[in-house]
Design a protein around this ligand. Structure first.
Ligand SMILES: *Cc1c(COP(=O)(O)O)cnc(C)c1O
Length: 540
């Protein structure tokens, strides 16, 4: 996670003391152990970082959304200091939810009737989920309205119980039985109250929110739930401000905070609200999953373009809800006021009018229902655990199992060989260099005509079998920087003296404009899980 508090790091003395038994069992020195938890292994004072330890011990790395993958490559650049950021071997697999666990039973029955009984087993069958459009508007709306009134009943009961346990005055306990309106547009927000999630963003302008919620013809209400980490002062302060707002005379009964957030409460919320609000400071929300649970029940997203929602929004836009902003990133809290403003604008101009646009005999909000169906049909087949586990299996688990067998079969023969080879490569690496790179084509070539490149590299004690010599090439924006270069392998042509080799390669040209090329040497061994496992790379 991008949030510092989410990345445990310990002082070297503590690590020495408490990891001593492991160090002994592994037969490594204190410094070797400590270097496993340091971005820069040579920095003897740096704290011992748990994520770094995990990454140094792992073969595969991934973020939990596309944006989080990007953020992670930036964040962990230090582990592969000589690699262009986009080549850092951190992939992404977007999180998913186990949809059947989050679907209200009435909604599940509706799915069974119109999508067929296999909906729960075929979460990633996009075609099957298209049948969500066959659910009659009136039926979907009836089920949804029923779920909303169930949520209101639950909330009253929970608030009643909480007030009693607190020993609140009788009037307050009784008041709990009358909060919320089963017919009002209901916005849900339930999360850990980490400060970056900005639970109280909606209360930035109290007068404006009172006007919005208090409209007698088009009422709006907010249901909050969540817990703060006991040591997170800021998070607890957010909860306090929401409870204060819920007691404000101008908001009472329309803003509730439900204590002891757990999966039971989450289920009632995600299946009972009309809108799921999500206001993290981009790019701090790695994925977020509660919005997926809500979407599967037909709730519309109202969200900053962060985590999973950034992808969903890119693919589907307003069809599935509303994006707050356009993916801007602000320093610390400098964008809060601006994003609160955008949130109010969306609610006043888009969300509330759409919800209360009732048509025809049944007085149904047809355009709203259309978006509910979009959410179900377009988001469920993507943001589910079946798709997620399939991706983990294909991208990581199966290759990792194969590699494990390859390395460990026959009394670890290949693992031993790989270790010996890595030591050899590391000790020889100081003599590896790119001596020269020459274009054998003219300076100007036509699009489609390959550019021929020759290079001489010094490999010292290594041979062409130990390394890959690569051309990193791409368009430049005028200078020498290659923004997102592509890579082609060169082939060894001949020896060029003591420990030196001549290589040749061809770069395909696909576009006109100024291009640049660099040659580089990286260790190569099929027993490594990825080419940058040693983090060694020599550029010319
Ligand atoms: C889904 C869920 C979460 C995680 O929600 P995010 O949107 O990822 O923050 C946390 N707690 C409970 C009880 C949940 O059901």
């Amino acid at each position: 996670t991008f949030v510092p508090a989410g990345n445990d790091a310990f002082q070297p003395e503590l690590v020495r003391r408490y990891l001593e038994p492991y160090r002994g069992a592994l037969g490594i020195s204190d410094e070797e152990l400590l270097s496993l938890g340091r971005v820069d292994a040579r920095d003897g004072t740096a704290a011992f970082s748990m994520p770094v330890l995990a990454m140094r011990a792992a073969d595969h790395y991934n973020g939990v959304s596309e944006l989080h993958g990007e953020v992670s490559r930036k964040m962990w650049q230090g582990l592969w200091p000589d690699l262009p950021q986009h080549e850092i071997p951190i992939d992404f697999i977007t999180n998913g939810v186990h949809t059947p666990s989050w679907i209200a039973s009435e909604m599940g029955a509706l799915f069974t009737r119109y999508l067929g009984p296999r909906w729960a087993a075929e979460l990633d069958d996009a075609e099957l989920w298209q049948r969500a459009y066959e659910i009659p508007d009136a039926e979907l709306w009836q089920v949804h309205e029923h779920r909303r009134s169930r949520l209101v009943q639950h909330a009253r009961r929970w608030l009643h119980g909480a007030a009693e346990r607190r020993g609140a005055a009788r009037e307050e306990v009784e008041l709990a039985d009358e909060v919320l309106d089963p017919h009002a547009l209901t916005i849900g927000f339930a999360r850990r109250f980490a400060t970056y999630k900005r639970a109280a963003l909606l209360f930035t302008d109290l007068a404006r929110v009172k006007k919005l919620l208090g409209d007698p013809d088009r009422p709006v209400q907010l249901v909050f739930a969540g817990k703060a980490h006991p040591q997170d002062k800021g998070g607890k302060e957010l909860i306090r401000s929401i409870i204060l707002a819920s007691r404000d005379a101008g908001l009472r009964g329309r803003v509730v905070f439900v204590e002891d957030y757990d999966m039971r409460i989450a289920r009632a919320l995600v299946s009972g609200v009309d809108v799921w609000l999500n206001t993290p400071r981009r790019p701090l929300e790695a994925s977020g999953t509660s919005g997926m649970k809500a979407a599967a029940n037909g709730a519309l997203g109202l969200s900053v373009l962060d985590g999973w929602f950034a992808e969903a929004w890119r693919d589907h836009g307003w069809e599935i809800g509303w994006g707050i902003g356009h993916g801007e990133e602000y320093v610390d809290g400098s964008g809060d006021a601006r994003e609160a403003e955008l949130l109010y604008d969306l609610l006043e101009r888009e969300v509330v009018p759409l919800f209360y646009a009732r048509e025809g005999m049944g007085q149904l909000p047809r355009a709203w229902i259309r978006r509910m169906k979009n959410s179900i049909a377009k988001l469920v087949p993507q943001y589910n655990t079946a798709r997620m586990v399939r991706q983990y299996t294909g991208k990581f688990y199966v290759p990792a199992i194969r590699l494990t067998h390859k390395l460990t079969d026959g009394d670890l023969a290949a693992a031993k060989a790989l270790t010996t080879w890595k030591e050899h490569v590391r000790s020889a690496w100081q003599d590896v260099s790119v001596v020269d790179v020459r274009l054998e084509s003219r300076d100007e070539v036509a699009v489609g005509e390959p550019v021929k490149v020759a290079a001489t590299v010094r490999l010292g004690a290594l041979t062409p079998d130990d390394v890959a010599v690569e051309l990193y090439h791409g368009p430049t924006a005028g200078g020498h920087e290659i923004a997102r270069g592509k890579v082609v392998r060169m082939t060894a042509v001949e020896r060029a003296g003591d420990g030196a080799w001549r290589y040749f390669g061809e770069i395909p040209t696909g576009a006109s404009g100024a291009h640049a090329v660099a040659a580089r040497v990286v260790p190569r061994n099929d027993a490594m899980s990825h080419p940058y496992e040693t983090a060694l790379i020599r550029w010319g």
